[in-house]
Write a protein that binds this ligand. Sequence first.
Ligand code: ADP
Ligand code: MN
Length: 183
Amino acid sequence: MLIGITGTPGTGKTSVTKLMENDPSYQVIHLNELIREENLYSEVDHERDCVVADMDLVYNRVLELQDKLYPVTIVDSHLSHHIADIVIVLRTSPEKLKERLEKRKYSVEKVRENLEAEALDIILAEAVDWCEKVFELNTTGGTVDGTFKDIGKIIKALKRGETEEIEQAYRPGSVDWSDYLFD
Ligand code: ADP
Ligand code: MN
């Protein structure tokens, strides 16, 4: 089973998937690292200081790396909803996200772009459009460990094939940042 952990930068994808690495039932692929290490991009965007991934190359490489010995392969990236059919979208209130992103070396413009994307539910909307199953998980108040446990609950239900309850508990649209929309 291939599961994407997606969300705006700073919502906690890498922190929580680092914890998942210690669990033998998960194979974890940190996609942004892989894209840079293996040059799986078509362009370098110097203005935004990032690369433009070649999603065909990326998808094929993930399928190659997927190790069927693990029941679950986790893909950590804000791009993972482009390639996985089941995704968990991490969400963080723009207020909290601002704090987290300002700690990084992001430019003022890049912080603003990401806060806007989060406030407007951009990644969630893409995931709902493209993926078969989408779960939305709020990481604003809790801890990384709490997020890890919530993801564990979702995966356990997926494995059992009994998803009705978690689809309700983590349904897309369960968080709402419309109060944070700014000028
Ligand atoms: P991403 O990979 O999505 O860009 P990171 O994991 O690199 O995000 O950074 C998220 C930051 O938020 C980390 O410093 C992490 O410790 C913090 N954080 C606080 N609460 C949570 C939570 N509930 N879940 C995940 N991360 C959290
Ligand atoms: Mn990350």
